[in-house]
Ligand binder design. Structure first.
Ligand code: PRP
Ligand code: ADE
Length: 172
């Protein structure tokens, strides 16, 4: 395992039965509180691809994606839960490990053919990532990759986004 993977794993806390019984929640707040570890994570994600835009998925995805965009010299595009974006949007609904949701992106968020990296904290069932990819494509941009801190392999999210390039800094 790489040094960065160990650094991340050591700073993710398991919280049993949150938000529902049977779910082992991966809490990234200890990692967020460590500036050296966070700098290493942001640098790693920012170096993955040359892109025009970084997409962050509300809410935990924003915390990672915004500094990655800054570091990469790319624009930041928010994908938000339904009802939060003010202008005309595209929307996708999906199921995730402990519920269901609808996310949106502004219709004019991308220039035609923009190269985009989608960033989030956790890939679980892959429902969220798949919906975000669909939104980016429907909005006229190219998804060059999906990057997550942690992939929960037993939930098989990778299969849901087959055909996309997935970068997981840690796989558990
Ligand atoms: O692969 P999936 O099964 O779709 O699950 C992964 C998603 O679940 C969490 O978001 P959540 O919707 O809990 O929102 P939050 O970031 O606002 O906490 C996480 O931040 C991912 O976006
Ligand atoms: N087990 C989990 N921990 C943290 N975020 C999640 N998103 C979906 N499943 C999750």
């Amino acid at each position: 395992m790489s040094e960065l993977s160990t650094t991340i794993l050591d700073r993710i806390r398991d919280v049993p039965d949150y938000p529902k019984p049977g779910v082992m929640f991966k809490d990234i707040t200890p990692l967020l509180a460590d500036p050296v570890a966070m700098a290493a994570v942001v640098d790693e994600l920012a170096g993955l691809h040359q892109v025009d835009k970084i997409v962050g998925i509300e809410a935990r995805g924003f915390i990672l994606a915004a500094p990655v965009a800054y570091r990469a010299g790319a624009g930041f595009v928010p994908v938000r839960k339904k009802g939060k974006l003010p202008a005309a949007t595209l929307e996708e609904s999906y199921d995730l490990e402990y519920g269901s949701a609808t996310i949106e992106v502004h219709r004019d968020a991308f220039a035609p053919g923009d190269r985009v990296l989608v960033v989030d904290d956790v890939l679980a069932t892959g429902g969220t990532a798949k919906a975000a990819v669909e939104l980016v494509k429907r909005a006229g941009a190219e998804v060059v990759g999906i990057a997550v801190l942690m992939e929960l392999a037993f939930l098989k999210g990778r299969e849901r986004i087959e055909g996309e390039r997935l970068h997981s800094l840690v796989i558990v």
